[in-house]
Design a protein around this ligand. Structure first.
Ligand code: HPA
Length: 236
């Protein structure tokens, strides 16, 4: 048991998928995992453990934004010995060439958050994904005939951003804006674990377009299978 996760020791797998939405965690467990068992309901932030292709895997909601994700991922790394953590989420695209429903494998995550400013005392840490997981996700995508985008994203603390800072990120090659990956990658570095964020483009910030619920569902299924394969080392 940790402060926000009521799991018994050993109840969480070494590999964990991390959707922001706890109801999505429940949906993933029920739709994709065999024999899913719920290990956490504290604050409605559901966590489940089951298996995928015969290998144990968990799925844990994190909430939105880096402070919320930080609580859950800290506890997974500190108290439950989680080795591989893969965020599965959505992102807003900022490059003209990116299309709705594209899948982005986030190699690095810049941020406007003050979390790392405090943590590193003014130095600038570069939150980076695990190469092994980037490669595994890329191979799992290609095995499904999907050509993912692989590159940098930015984790913003501000969803409703009046300053439109996405324009500056776009000039520096950022592919998408989301709200959690930088803290996930930083914590993985801190605890010597592997982390990745796989994101589907749910809206195009530069073009002012968005996917329909039905479109999101189809892409979501592909992304989940890619993430599960990468998490349990079944990329090929
Ligand atoms: N901003 C931040 N996070 C997001 C967005 C966005 O436009 N779309 C999906 N996640």
């Amino acid at each position: 048991m940790s402060t926000h996760i009521a799991a018994q020791p050993g109840a969480i797998a070494e590999a964990v998928l991390l959707p922001g939405d706890p109801l999505r965690a429940r949906f993933i467990a029920e739709k994709f995992l065999q024999n899913p068992v719920c290990y956490n309901e504290v604050r409605g932030m559901y966590g489940y453990t089951g298996s995928w292709k015969g290998k144990r895997v968990s799925v844990q909601g994190t909430g939105m934004g880096q402070p919320s994700l930080s609580i859950y991922v800290n506890e997974l790394f500190r108290f439950y010995d989680v080795k591989r953590a893969i965020r599965v989420g959505t992102t807003g695209a900022v490059q003209e060439s990116t299309r709705l429903r594209d899948i982005i494998i986030a190699m690095s995550a810049s941020t406007d958050s003050a979390i790392n400013t405090h943590r590193f005392g003014g130095r600038h840490f570069a939150p980076t994904a695990s190469f092994a997981l980037v490669q595994a996700a890329w191979e799992a995508a290609r095995a499904r005939g999907i050509e993912p985008l692989v590159g940098p994203v930015a984790s913003s603390d501000i969803f409703y951003d009046d300053a439109e800072s996405w324009k500056l990120w776009a000039e520096y090659g950022i592919l998408g804006i989301e709200m959690e990956a930088a803290e996930l990658y930083t914590l993985a570095a801190r605890f010597g674990r592997e982390a990745l964020a796989i994101l589907t483009v749910s809206d195009h910030i530069a073009q002012g377009t968005a996917t329909t619920a039905e479109e999101r569902q189809t892409t979501f299924t592909a992304m989940m299978e890619i993430a599960l394969d990468a998490a349990v080392g079944e990329a090929k």
